[in-house]
Design a protein around this ligand. Structure first.
Ligand code: ZN
Length: 125
């Protein structure tokens, strides 16, 4: 008899930077926002800095976990950006990647945030 694997699903894919300074803010915030066992998460240096990599994981999370939301979080003083990492640049990159994901996956909700070093999550729209 052919066995069918049950469909598994979580709400969101969260993309944030690997930076150790932010983890203490990220994990509680993500848990509050999406709830336990309800998100995939990836840490990439510079978060959305590598768009191709982000897209690869969005595609995968849609495919294997039927996610509905992508949450992109860049942050202040990101060393992966170096001197190029101005507030304006982070905002532009977040909006650019948000738009690209929306075009490829029109059913996905894409939220963007700029995380300040004091733990404040600023929504970018
Ligand atoms: Zn960073």
């Amino acid at each position: 008899m052919p066995s069918k694997k049950p469909i598994i699903h979580c709400e969101a894919l969260v993309v944030h930077c690997m930076d150790y300074r932010l983890q203490k803010f990220l994990h509680p915030w993500i848990m509050r926002r999406f709830g336990r066992d309800n998100f995939d998460i990836i840490s990439l240096a510079g978060a959305v800095h590598d768009y191709e990599m982000v897209l690869k994981y969005v595609q995968l999370a849609v495919q294997i976990h039927s996610i509905k939301t992508v949450c992109l979080i860049n942050h202040e003083d990101c060393r992966a950006y170096g001197h190029a990492g101005t507030y304006k640049r982070h905002k532009n990159d977040l909006q650019d990647v948000q738009q690209k994901i929306r075009i490829l996956f029109p059913n996905l909700r894409v939220d963007t945030f700029f995380l300040h070093l004091d733990g404040d999550f600023e929504p970018i729209s």
